[in-house]
Design a protein around this ligand. Structure first.
Ligand code: 3HC
Length: 310
């Protein structure tokens, strides 16, 4: 009976245990899990574009090899997460359609251009650093397949973050022109990285329910603060200034105070009016169309195999 199933679900969540694909879940849980996992996967796949832009123009073979490995990792994270979404009954082709026709989102951060190779470092250090802050707690998310995907992904993200920081440190030890490139990249990526954590808790439509169901283990503002606290000392060690005059250690709070994120900019970018939204979606649509023959061939082959064994 439904109330036994409901009780089992509540009990599992309450005891910090994992919900697995075969378990009954409230429809709202399934919906919000598919929403979050699919958009996370979309972010990984779209995220390949800004960095991929520099693979053919990396300044050395070493940098090219590192960047190739990182972009390949992002593709793998996307596929891993689409598989997790499929355990909830989602269809990967349908999710791709929803991404391409704007019915599902991906992280706003990937709608900014990568103007110099220092951006590759800034993305590794700041964007993957923010991703780590956001994804480590998700390793304890209540939905089993998602939490387990996060454990694997977080290991690779820490390589992404370290290579970015090392790239920037190398450039900071270079010429003044290289130091200026690093500072310029940091100026352009700092605030958009803070937007990755979502709107303020007070304006977050999903946080309360996601916390109740232990999908999220911390709120948007808590993780944003954690990222700022972690990153300011790294910026000092790097020798760059973060573009926020209000950034200041607050001994009472035991955290850094920081300025106001430009929420209108975030709303605009999420709504599709960021610098690169059209280009990112057009590239994704093109890649999907270019790959249609592979999907058709695989389906034809599967049909033949099924007929042969019938
Ligand atoms: N970009 C685009 N959309 C965003 C956003 C952003 N930066 N921040 C919030 N949103 C959307 C939410 O998806 C939600 O819209 P929806 O209801 O249509 O999905 C709306 O804005 C309100 O936000 P909420 O805070 O209510 O939504 P959530 O509770 O889902 O919180 C989140 C947003 C913190 C991104 C959460 O979904 C999450 O933790 N997702 C998993 C992690 C993730 O997706 N990270 C994205 C980057 S992936 C990455 O960086 C890969 C790395 O390799 C570089």
């Amino acid at each position: 009976p439904i109330d036994d199933l409901e009780q089992h679900f509540e009990h599992t969540i309450e005891k910090d245990q994992r919900i697995e694909p075969r378990d009954w879940v409230p429809e709202g849980y399934r919906k919000t899990m598919i929403r979050q996992i699919a958009q996370h996967a979309h972010s990984e796949i779209i995220g390949m574009q800004p960095e991929g832009n520099w693979i053919t123009r990396a300044p050395s073979l070493r940098r090219k090899a590192i960047l190739l490995a990182k972009v390949q990792d992002e593709a793998g994270h996307g596929l891993y997460l689409y598989s997790a979404a499929e355990t909830l009954g989602a269809d990967r082709g349908d999710l791709t359609e929803k991404l391409i026709n704007g019915r599902q989102k991906y992280s706003s951060i990937f709608n900014y251009p990568t103007l110099s190779f220092a951006d590759v470092g800034a993305i590794g250090w700041l964007v993957d650093g923010a991703a780590i802050c956001n994804q480590v707690p998700l390793c304890r998310s209540s939905y089993g397949p998602y939490a387990r995907a996060m454990i694997r992904i977080c290991k690779e993200e820490s390589f992404h973050q370290r290579q970015g920081y090392e790239l920037l440190m190398t450039m900071m030890k270079g010429t003044q022109a290289q130091r200026d490139m690093v500072q310029d990249a940091v100026n352009r990526f700092w605030w958009p990285s803070l937007m990755m954590f979502g709107p303020p808790d007070a304006e977050s439509a999903n946080t309360a329910q996601s916390m109740a169901w232990k999908i999220k283990r911390h709120t948007n503002d808590e993780l944003r603060q954690r990222f700022v606290d972690m990153t300011v000392p790294q910026a000092e060690a790097l020798g760059v200034t973060l573009p926020d005059p209000e950034l200041k250690w607050n001994p009472e709070r035991g955290h850094y105070d920081f300025g106001q994120v430009d929420w209108d900019e975030m709303k605009q970018v999420v709504a599709g009016n960021g610098p690169c939204n059209a280009e990112r979606i057009a590239r994704r649509r093109q890649a999907h169309e270019d790959g249609a023959w592979v999907r058709e061939a695989a389906a034809a082959h599967a049909r033949k195999r099924a007929e042969a064994s019938a």
